[in-house]
Design a protein around this ligand. Structure first.
Ligand code: NAD
Length: 442
């Protein structure tokens, strides 16, 4: 989908005109496929390089051909700033956070990244320690709003002992793969399995529901590109689209309405034939928008069934049927509507918020079987669905976030791919928004 305002604002005359009129000038995001994407300068690690994540960060920087510096210099444009705030346990020690960023925040290059590392607040020894660590969320969300220039700002709580498991998360957040994610607190805990030597996705069996178009199609394409063996599932009405995806990418297809009475036996038969799944992505979704007083019972029922109860039943059947492999990943596509609510979407918001509850419930339970359960909550993503929204509402949806633009389906796919990584066993029970730090529900 094209965003004409974004394109215009980044031309010579458009830049001048928007500047003269005091209009916002969002910087186009740099994604993995874009020329020049990636860290464009050294990583500055504070305070003074004193961090329990130093070995991981040094390795990641080296992989990107960048060095890690520990002393700020006014002459350097940094690709990223990382501040380990684990030692911030009271107001006095938290001054280090202010001093570091006060000095360095203007030295981050466009499209750069800022990460704050913390300790899970509930693990702190006293109330002040918990308050300061929890307070990092407010700090990060505010800095993300100040950063602009397509700079993503994040908080990563790393449980003591889970430092090595944080690698995929730090790698994701410091890369162009996280272009449309900002202001997010993410917890990395002790991994559900020891699988540090596994590759990312190569050879893994991945099921994507609603895989024939939109966000689902982007997920299918990304996993295929990474060497996974993908099954794209969609309704019988999408058979044509599935067939052409299969012809183009060589993916398996499963034509199935996930709410059909025989859906579970059909799913299990398919899973068995494939030796089970490593990754299941519940992406299929529908909207039937209408204010509650006008909503027909079938509009309520179909949204809850497709978006929530059918994928929950599928999850249960796959796990209990032994068709989720060890080190498995279950990822649901929730929505910002499930966090902020939305006019005319009581049914949809219940189904999407429902997945947040399901993630909280299932994550600790399935951890013992080596399976993680997470969700992404997309905001405004440029798809056929959002292209159909009336112009004024669409413009508001696009601009009301720190990046000043809509996301692309690939942004959601990239976030899912990070959660699905075989080495992301420390990412469990998380709900991560892919919304450019939308003002809604923030
Ligand atoms: P889309 O309508 O383009 O794709 C949804 C897919 O799900 C379609 O291929 C459809 O055929 C399939 N599907 C619907 N009912 C099904 C059923 N009963 N069984 C099997 N497949 C079924 O929508 P999209 O924009 O690509 O959205 C994908 C997901 O992302 C949805 O869960 C949606 O709620 C969520 N989401 C989208 C946005 C956005 O801005 N586009 C924002 C937040 C969340």
């Amino acid at each position: 989908m094209s965003d004409r305002y974004l394109d215009f604002a980044n031309t010579g005359v458009g830049g001048w005109l928007t500047g003269a009129l005091g209009l916002p000038r969002p910087a186009p995001l740099k994604r993995r496929a874009d020329a020049g994407a990636g860290l464009t300068g050294p990583l500055l690690l504070g305070p003074g390089g004193d961090s329990r994540l130093t070995p991981v960060l040094t390795r990641l920087a080296a992989e990107n051909g960048r060095e890690v510096q520990t002393e700020w210099s006014p002459d350097v444009r940094y690709g990223g700033l990382v501040f380990d705030a684990s030692a911030c346990v009271d107001a006095l020690s938290a001054q280090a956070l202010y001093r570091f960023f006060h000095q360095a925040v203007r030295s981050v290059a466009e499209h750069g990244r800022i990460l704050v590392i913390g300790l899970p607040p509930e693990t702190m020894a006293d109330a002040e320690g918990e308050a300061i660590q929890r307070g990092l969320e407010g700090f990060v969300r505010s800095l993300a709003k100040e950063a602009r220039r397509s700079i993503g700002v994040h908080l990563v709580y790393v449980e003591p002992g889970a430092e090595a498991a944080a690698e995929t998360t730090l790698s994701f957040l410091l890369s162009p793969r996280s272009a449309y994610v900002s202001g997010q607190p993410i917890l990395v805990s002790t991994p559900v399995t020891e699988a540090m030597d596994e590759t990312e996705h190569a050879g893994r069996r991945v099921l994507v529901t609603g895989g024939s178009r939109g966000i689902g199609e982007a997920i299918v394409r990304l996993f295929v590109a990474e060497g996974a063996r993908v099954t794209a599932l969609d309704v019988p009405g999408a058979q044509q689209a599935l067939a052409s995806l299969s012809a183009e990418l060589g993916v398996d297809v499963l034509t199935l309405d996930i709410t059909a009475p025989d859906a579970i036996p059909a799913l299990l038969a398919d899973a068995r034939a494939k030796g089970g799944y490593d990754v299941v992505i519940h992406n299929a979704g529908v909207t039937r928008d209408r204010t509650l007083a006008r909503m027909e019972p079938r509009e309520w029922d179909s949204v809850i069934a497709v978006n929530l109860t059918a994928p929950l039943a599928m999850t249960q059947a796959l796990v209990e049927g032994g068709e989720m492999r060890r080190n498995g990943r279950i990822i649901a596509v929730s929505s910002l509507s499930g966090i902020a609510g939305n006019m005319g979407q009581t049914n949809y918001a219940l189904s999407k918020a429902g997945w947040i509850g399901a993630v909280r419930r299932l994550a600790p339970r399935l951890a013992s079987q080596g399976i993680t359960v997470n969700a992404v909550a997309p905001g405004f993503i440029e798809t056929q669905m959002t292209a159909a929204i009336p112009f004024a509402i669409r413009e508001a949806g696009r601009r009301m976030n720190s990046m000043g633009q809509g996301g692309h389906p690939v942004d959601v796919a990239e976030t899912i791919a990070w959660m699905a990584d075989a080495r992301s066993g420390g990412v469990n029970g998380q709900v991560v928004r892919v919304c450019g730090q939308s003002l809604l529900g923030a």
